[in-house]
Design a protein around this ligand. Structure first.
Ligand code: F6R
Length: 248
């Protein structure tokens, strides 16, 4: 893992957006789709705002981009304002020219008996595009990436998981109470993430400092799933001073 620490999360986000824009343009020139793995939550918001700006002001086109989001709560309807479907529409997709059929997000509204088949097809679809060129990540205070909570196997793939109590309590304000936070989610697996050719993890603020230190400097363990990124040879953690403050 390579760390880069910035004074300002806003500026750092524009650097990440510029890397994504460059990749989109490279793939366009090569005449093949750019396959992006995307995250939700507070960490990537400014990256998406900057991508929208690049689309509006600098002609960056997403016609050639295919996206796969990391996760979605389960059960969850797409129209729910707390859904990751809604989040992605609001912060990114409705502002850019990506074809609707190029957008992939785990479905929160499946019947229980449909979940397994959906998860297998999600993995197949990623493979059918030649794998993820770039995966954007945040990190949860449990050490999760996507919703791969402690205990996740390093070879895990897209599947239904049970959310940790800490993850649900961090989400509680948005849901106006922990009792409203879904208990499960569908998430890409650790191996799905590690198969991406490039991984960029964003973490902002002091309250991520302890878990960032464990992820980067701790021993590799399923108890802190983000430590598996130490085995990926093209991962960068983009941090502000707060998130980097516990690193030695
Ligand atoms: C979201 C996701 C999660 C978040 C993590 C951090 O798609 O997969 O792993 O990235 O929970 O969330 P924020 O950015 O809200 O601190």
């Amino acid at each position: 893992i390579h760390n880069v620490v910035y004074d300002d999360a806003h500026y750092a986000s524009s650097v990440v957006a510029a890397e994504i824009a460059q990749l989109i343009r490279e793939r366009e020139q090569e005449g093949r789709p750019c396959v992006l793995g995307l995250a939700t939550g507070s960490s990537p918001i400014r990256v998406y705002e900057e991508l929208v700006r690049l689309h509006r002001e600098e002609g960056l086109s997403f016609k050639n981009v295919v996206t796969f989001n990391l996760d979605e709560y389960y059960p969850m309807s797409n129209q729910n304002v707390q859904s990751y479907h809604y989040f992605m529409q609001e912060y990114l997709f409705k502002h850019i020219d990506i074809p609707e059929e190029n957008i992939n997000i785990p479905k929160g509204d499946l019947e229980p008996e449909e979940v397994l088949e959906f998860c297998v097809s999600y993995e197949k679809k990623i493979k059918s595009y030649g794998g993820l060129d770039f995966q954007l990540l945040g990190i949860g205070r449990t050490g999760h990436i996507g919703f791969n909570e402690p205990g996740s196997h390093f070879n895990s793939r897209t599947r239904l998981i049970t959310l940790d109590h800490l993850t649900r309590s961090d989400a509680a304000p948005a849901f106006l109470g922990i009792e409203n936070v879904p208990k499960k989610a569908i998430t890409m697996g650790i191996r799905t993430v590690l198969d991406a050719r490039r991984v960029v993890l964003l973490a902002w603020g002091q309250n991520k400092a302890e878990i960032v230190q464990k992820a980067v400097e701790g021993e590799i363990t399923s108890q802190v799933p983000s430590t598996y990124l130490q085995e990926h040879d093209n991962t960068t953690f983009i941090l502000d001073k707060g998130a980097a403050s516990e690193l030695t």
